[in-house]
Write a protein that binds this ligand. Structure first.
Ligand code: GMT
Length: 372
C-alpha cells in the first residue's frame, strides 16, 4: 500500500507512535509518506520505502496566525495526487483530522477518493479537543473519518462520553519494539549516574501540567529517605522549572539530573530500576510501556488507560491520583529487596510482549484493508 501518515514530529507520544508505525509498515514493504512540518525525531535512519514531505507555511505580513491547517490540507492534496496514495492515516485529531477532511473533499472534485483513518491519542479528546473552541470541528472531523482508532479502551469510552460519535471506534493499543528495548546496561553510564550503586529512578515526559512532575520529585524525596537513589528526568517542557525549584527547596539537587530530550531511550532505560508516572491522565502511557519493555517496573497513577498496561502488584503498582505516600510506599516495597525487584522486572518485560510491534501493526494493516 501507499500510505500517508500525518503526525506531530516532536517527542510527544502520538508523534513517536506514528513514526514507529510508519517505519514498521515500510519494513513490511509498504510505501510510507510522512506529511508534517519537521522531520519526525524518530525518523532517523534511511529506508527506501519512506518519504518525508515538509509542510511549509509561508509568512505574510497580514498573518498574525499563519494558516498551518490550510497549508497542511494543500500538502496532503499534493502528496496524495502525485504519489498515488491509497490511504491517509492521521494521528492526533487536531488539526490533522479536519485538514484531512478538507483534502479528501478537494481530491473528490478531481475524481479521486481516499479513505482517511484517524487515530485518537489522548489530549486531542480529553483536554484540548473538548474545549469549546475546538470541539465542534473535532467532533465533525472524527465523524467524517472513514476509520477511527483509539489507543486504549479508556480513550474509546471517554471519546463516546465527550462527543456525539456515531461511528465505531476501534481500539488498537500502542505498541513497542520489545527487541529494541532489551539492551544490556552500559556499566560506565550507570556509574556516572549512580557512582555508589544507588537505585536509579526515572521519569520521561513533556513536562506538561498533566504529568504532575512535582509529584515525581516528592515520591523520590520520600523513597530516598530509605533507599539511596538517583532520579533521572528525561524530556523538557513548561513544568520543568517547577520541578527544578522543588528539588532545590528539598535540597535534593545532587540526587537528580535533568538530561533533557533524548532519542536513545533504550540506553537510558537499560540502567533504570523504576519508572515513575504520576499523571493526572494518560490515555495509554507509551513511556511506561517502553520502560516495561526494558524490564523496568512502573509506579503510576491509576488513571485513564494505565491500568490496561500496568498490572497492580505485578508489573508495578497503581495509586490514586496525587497519593504521593502510596506511590512512595510501593516504590520502596519494590526497591528494597533485590528478589522482589527482579520479579517485578521480569513481570514488566513479560507484560510488554503483549504490546509488541509484531502483534499490533497487523491490526492497523487489517484496518487499512477493510477501508480500501
Ligand atoms: O500529552 C502527551 O503526553 C503527549 C500526547 C501526544 O499525543 O503526543 O500523548 C498522548 O498520546 C500518547 C500516544 O498514544 C499516549 O501514550 C499518552 O498517554 C497520551 N497522553 C495523554 O493522554 C496525556
Amino acid at each position: 500500500m501507499r500510505i500517508g501518515i500525518v503526525c506531530y514530529p516532536t517527542f510527544g507520544g502520538s508523534g513517536v507512535l506514528a513514526t514507529e508505525l510508519g517505519k514498521a509498515l515500510a519494513d513490511k514493504g509498504h510505501q510510507v509518506h510522512f506529511i508534517t512540518y519537521q522531520q519526525p525525531v524518530r525518523l532517523n535512519e534511511f529506508n527506501a520505502n519512506i518519504f518525508y514531505h515538509e509542510v511549509r507555511v509561508a509568512t505574510y505580513p497580514l498573518f498574525d496566525y499563519p494558516p498551518y491547517e490550510t497549508v497542511l490540507s494543500s500538502t496532503m492534496v499534493d502528496v496524495i495526487m502525485n504519489n498515488h496514495l491509497d490511504l491517509l492515516h492521521v494521528h492526533y485529531a487536531i488539526p490533522h483530522a479536519s485538514a484531512a477532511y478538507m483534502a479528501k473533499k478537494i481530491i473528490e472534485t478531481q475524481g479521486r477518493r481516499i479513505p482517511v483513518i484517524t487515530t485518537l491519542h489522548g489530549t486531542d479528546i480529553t483536554l484540548v479537543g473538548r474545549d469549546k473552541t475546538f470541539a465542534p470541528v473535532v467532533s465533525f472531523s472524527i465523524n467524517e473519518s472513514d476509520g477511527i482508532t483509539a489507543v486504549s479502551q479508556n480513550l474509546r469510552d471517554e471519546t463516546y462520553k465527550i462527543f456525539d460519535i456515531r461511528k465505531e471506534i476501534h481500539v488498537i493499543h500502542n505498541f513497542v519494539d520489545v527487541n529494541r528495548f532489551q539492551k544490556k546496561p552500559i556499566d560506565a553510564f550507570r556509574k556516572v549516574i549512580a557512582p555508589n550503586g544507588e537505585k536509579i529512578l526515572l521519569h520521561a515526559s513533556n513536562f506538561r501540567a498533566v504529568k504532575r512532575v512535582e509529584d515525581v520529585v516528592r515520591v523520590f524525596a520520600e523513597v530516598n529517605k530509605y533507599i539511596p537513589g538517583k532520579l533521572l528526568f528525561v524530556g523538557d517542557g513548561p513544568d520543568r522549572p517547577a520541578a527544578e525549584n522543588l528539588c532545590r527547596d528539598l535540597g535534593l539537587c545532587d540526587h537528580m539530573r535533568f538530561v533533557g530530550k533524548q532519542e536513545q531511550m533504550e540506553e537510558i532505560l537499560a540502567v533504570a530500576d523504576l519508572f515513575l508516572l504520576t499523571s493526572e491522565y494518560e490515555s495509554f502511557g507509551l513511556a511506561a510501556l517502553e520502560a516495561m519493555a526494558a524490564g523496568v517496573p512502573v509506579i503510576s497513577t491509576n488513571v485513564g488507560g494505565l491500568p490496561e498496561i500496568n498490572i497492580n502488584g505485578k508489573t508495578g503498582f497503581l495509586s490514586k491520583l496525587g497519593d504521593v505516600a502510596d506511590m512512595s510506599r510501593h516504590a520502596i516495597e519494590i526497591l528494597r529487596d533485590p528478589n522482589v525487584l527482579n520479579k517485578f522486572k521480569a513481570n514488566a518485560a513479560e507484560q510488554a510482549k503483549k504490546f509488541d510491534i509484531h502483534n499490533i501493526v497487523p491490526q492497523y494493516e487489517a484496518m487499512y484493508n477493510q477501508f480500501l
